[in-house]
Design a protein around this ligand. Sequence first.
Ligand code: 6R9
Length: 647
Amino acid sequence: MTELLYPVPAQAKQNSHLTPELYEEMYQESINDPDTFWQKQSSILNWAHQPTKIKNTSYDKNNVDIRWFEDGELNVSYNCIDRHLKTQAQQTAIIWEGDDPSKDKHISYQELHDQVCQLANGLKKLGVSKGDRVAIYMPMVAEAAYAMLACARIGAVHSIIFAGFSPNAIADRINNCEAKVLITADEGRRGGKTVPLKSNVDQALTGNRCKTIERTIVLRNTGSDINWHSQDVCWQELIQDCTSICEPEIMQAEDPLFILYTSGSTGVPKGVVHTSGGYLVYAAMTHKYVFDYQPNEIYWCAADVGWITGHSYMVYGPLANGATTLLFEGIPNYPDINRVAQIVDKHQVNILYTAPTVIRSLMAHGTKPIQDTERTSLRQLGSVGEPINPEAWHWYYEVMGNKNCTIVDTWWQTETGGIMMTPLPSVTELKPGAASKPFFGIQPALLNQDGEELSDEAEGNLVIKASWPGQARTIYADHSRFIDTYFSAYENVYFTGDGCRRDQDDYYWITGRVDDVLNVSGHRLGTAEIESCLVAHPAIAEAAVVGFPHDIKGQGIYVFVTPIDGQVTNSELTKQINTWVRQEISPIATPDLIQWTQALPKTRSGKIMRRILRKIAANEHEQLGDISTLAEPSSVQTLIAGRLNKA
Ligand code: 6R9
């Protein structure tokens, strides 16, 4: 593993918010005196009532209770919009770049205000009030951000469902959070194709499957023909007679802002709950310091609004800081492989934040992805979602960044709300592939299986020793699952589910998940979720899903399935299974390889030995280790002979 150090470039030091000395001083204060530190930092927001109680958190597994700024009062949309109007009303808040390169839009802070207020009034008209849940299933259009902020304005709790999810996944999420209203569009656009959002919604709601939904707001986006039902209301018509004045609802800091579903190692996806005050302080702070954001810069986070990165670093963090944030509807290689670089030039993007899977898919085309572009506006690059391999890092640094930019490799999770470990542009010397150093207030530690803390150079399970304001407070309607998942493996720490190594310079390197969660192209998928979908298929008796190394996606999905007695397995059935998973969960969960087998390797107590399946899937069957505890060791040879990854 390369540990080459890149010094902090001179340009990164100019006008920056931090110096190495200041970082050290602030970091020490954030750990030794969190109350004083975070009280000062809370002034990054405008509060209706300034908080005086700062940190009140317990990781005791009998009583996990996390509160920040609890007597503070604020409104998130006020902080993201209204407070900028005095000086920046005409500044662009959102640049929208269409899937079709000839389409774009600049939305000023004033326009953002007016649109958000109109929709907020529309929501009120439909009977939505403080605390109600609103599901959002939208394409990457500016209206997705309006919808989030309109909810925040009236104190409704939004729950965005990624537009790539299928009807069943939509219904599960709506039912879990008991959403009252659903906001969607007729269709979305991606890579020259349309995505039938309203039709998916119709299937999700069919037969009174989602009883809590009273109304569906449908944005006319592509204008295509769709079915209109009695509960549907057209967005454009709804807001027609709504004014653009809507007083922001004053919220308690600990009132929930949104629920976002994410995959875990077991069961159905978890509704991670983030609250108003702590989340926004942390999103704004990290956005400011990690990207060293400067006024008037153009900032582009190329994430989907359906993921946490889209929430924290496309919408809430940048808008809280009065930034200009770019929202891209399309995909990185449409219509041409140099689309990302073209957008950088077209909008003079200064900061680009994307995922390693995107970088690897571009890298495969050498210098074509930068053909006919200059990218001289770029100052800062960021990476998120999975470990970035050094080859991809170097391509990003040298080719995309012209060797002029620093790269922040930001490690964090849906549950952490914001960035936890990262280099800082004017502070940290870079090691390609390292998440590097903790952000303010973050105390990482590495534990062995027995829960003992490892010192110095070591590799172990990554935990965080004390709370930070952006931390999720619970899993919606299931606090005990929250405790079980994050606070019961080890005492009095937050367990991340990631493995990690600390090197001789105290740099942290994330090694990947240590639980049954896959990371496919930066998307989190629970193996249990895919398995339960597979066994619901009539031809399948048992299923085991594991990840295997994949050049572009990071991890691919390898499926082992046993057929129901007498079922003939053939390529037609394999194709059917593929389609089944796409339909039941999402195209992102589509298996890469499906191996039929008469038996799965199990212990005598009946547990599937995934360790063995992982080795076979990775084509590393020479190193299977001890298989003596298997009920039928001979089944392994058959599995190896039939393996599908021989690379
Ligand atoms: C923000 C986000 C979280 C999981 C996390 C880890 C992996 C994210 C990473 C990274 C190495 C990075 N991960 N960033 N691994 N280096 N810079 O991705 O949230 O979708 O919840 O995924 O992604 O395994 O635990 P989420």
